[in-house]
Ligand binder design. Structure first.
Ligand code: GUN
Length: 298
């Protein structure tokens, strides 16, 4: 209908494999030098299937690069106090370099209290207010893995951000807010003019059409259509959704972007799956290695 696809695919899977190769080599060198392997732990509460899948992927990826991985599984009925005690335990465990508490948590648990309890030096997710503050100030600390993965993709694909108009859809603490801060910093990638759109934004399509780089983290399947983008724009799709489909599985995975339409108009485009998702995991492993190195340097 629309002729030949024009976009260059941003292959997050391939790039993540390359980053994992680099981490694997660094870990092997540590072992050769008689150091211990880095250790990443994860806490998961409840049975949310998406969270179970994420945590297993992280575990497999860690093991594939030589990072030790342990997963602490707690039932849905776990109390906030029990979870805080589990965090204290990991904060004090010298063999653990970094750990994450998989989100979302059950409704009876106050997520802010939980995150605040994590030792910032072990907060490889970069969610603790100390690390968010450092990121905002441009100081070294841990940066949330998805925004870090997006920045790394732009860097490794040599996509210029300086002076560009970056439009971010979605203001979550995990993706939208931090990526908008990172790309507005005086750094490379960075130095962009950033507009952050959210549920109260008026005339969103007008804004997205002026984007040189559009980062979609709005959490709505197939939300971004071809008429919302500028020809040749760089489109980064952070969404991941299962929608019903008439195939053997009964579902298909899509992003926040209508790939079929947008791939005829964008200059660069990340696929779902295989775009931002694998980069998130690779960046978490990189932060774990970093946590290990920092601990052993001090
Ligand atoms: N839930 C969805 N993404 C993430 C993530 O990057 N870290 C954690 N801890 N939970 C998540």
């Amino acid at each position: 209908m629309l002729g030949k696809k024009t976009s260059i695919l941003i292959d997050g899977k391939k790039m993540a494999a390359k980053i994992k190769d680099e981490i694997r080599a660094r870990v092997a060198k540590l072992i050769d030098d008689h150091d211990t392997a880095p250790h990443l732990a994860a806490i998961i509460v409840g049975e949310d299937p998406a969270s179970q899948t994420y945590v297993s992927s992280k575990e497999k990826a860690a093991q594939s690069v030589g990072i030790v991985s342990s997963v602490y599984r707690y039932p849905e009925s776990t109390t906030q106090e029990e979870l805080l005690t589990a965090i204290d335990f990991l904060n004090l465990d010298d063999t653990v370099d970094g750990f994450i508490v998989q989100l979302p948590l059950p409704k009876h648990i106050d997520v802010d209290k939980v995150i605040a309890r994590i030792d910032p030096e072990k907060d490889v997710d970069g969610f603790h207010p100390v690390n968010v503050g450092k990121m905002a100030l441009g100081q070294p600390g841990f940066v949330s893995a998805t925004p870090a993965g997006i920045v790394e993709l732009l860097k490794r694909y040599n996509i210029e951000t300086e002076g560009k108009h970056v439009v971010v859809l979605g203001r979550s603490n995990i993706v939208g807010s931090p990526v908008s801060i990172l790309l507005s910093k005086k750094t490379n990638p960075g130095n962009a003019t950033v507009t952050l759109c959210h549920s109260k934004t008026v005339n969103m399509a007008e804004i997205t059409r002026s984007a040189d780089i559009l980062i979609c983290a709005i959490g709505q399947p197939l939300f971004v259509k071809a008429n919302m983008i500028k020809p040749g724009a760089v489109v980064i799709d952070v969404g991941i959704h299962r929608i019903p489909a008439k195939n053997d599985k009964g579902y298909t995975i899509v992003g926040d972007v209508d790939y079929n339409e947008v791939s005829f108009k964008a200059g660069y485009l990340t696929p779902v799956p295989g775009g931002v998702g694998p980069m998130t995991i690779a960046m978490l492993l990189k932060s774990t290695l970093e946590a290990h190195l920092r601990k052993h340097q001090s």
